[in-house]
Write a protein that binds this ligand. Sequence first.
Ligand code: ADP
Length: 249
Amino acid sequence: VADPRVVLSARGLGKDFAGFTAVNDVDLDVHHARIHALIGPNGAGKTTVFNLLTKFLQPTRGRIELLGTDITQTKPDKVARMGLVRSFQISAVFPHLTVLENVRVALQRPNGLSTQFWLPLSSLDRLNARAEALLADLGLTPYRDSRAADLSYGRKRVLEIATTLALDPEVLLLDEPMAGMGQEDVAMVAGIIREVATQRAVLMVEHNLSVVADICHHVTVLQRGEIIAAGDYATVSADPRVRTAYMGN
Ligand code: ADP
């Protein structure tokens, strides 16, 4: 199988905060149809890297490319429209609406797949079909008429992901998608992320290393703002620097 195309890349990425270097010389390639994990001890710079990639923060050094376009100077809303979306950015889940209603609202948002405010009947049919397909893809069909507030924590997370996918992003950034979940929900969400990644790229920060081992094709390990190892999970987990970094945490 040929190496899938790179959809997001960073070269020499760096960020200084008032003389303190939070991220330094980070190179990253995120591939279509692959799940890429960003891991490392607290304070390693993972959140800062996410903020740099989504352009919430302006890099001090380096260059970022999304789908072949230089986005180093691009504004965050434009970057989102270009196809790089972080789940919380638009995870407006309305607790009193049903699962189906939430997905329909997401699909009708500006930048959503359906951009018209007033929809003729045929478009409404298309909107409904698209909403049902999204629910089916994410295993939410059995919950379509449940209020979002009544879902389990894990299912709520999946609904958030569904509303994000309404924008049809090419790259989906997930910040600790399994945080605070029990084992059953972790396994369920892991399966959903795997499914989602068949049609786009996923970059995720995740502390649960067994999940990373299970579903991530590529792992980048940060420590004190720098990459100390990168490769598949077996490779990075055997790396003495990674072992030391995690024991020292
Ligand atoms: P992680 O997400 O891996 O825990 P962060 O990216 O949040 O790490 O933080 C990396 C380092 O940058 C930390 O030392 C943190 O204190 C520092 N940092 C993050 N944001 C800021 C900021 N806005 N101003 C100053 N220092 C910051």
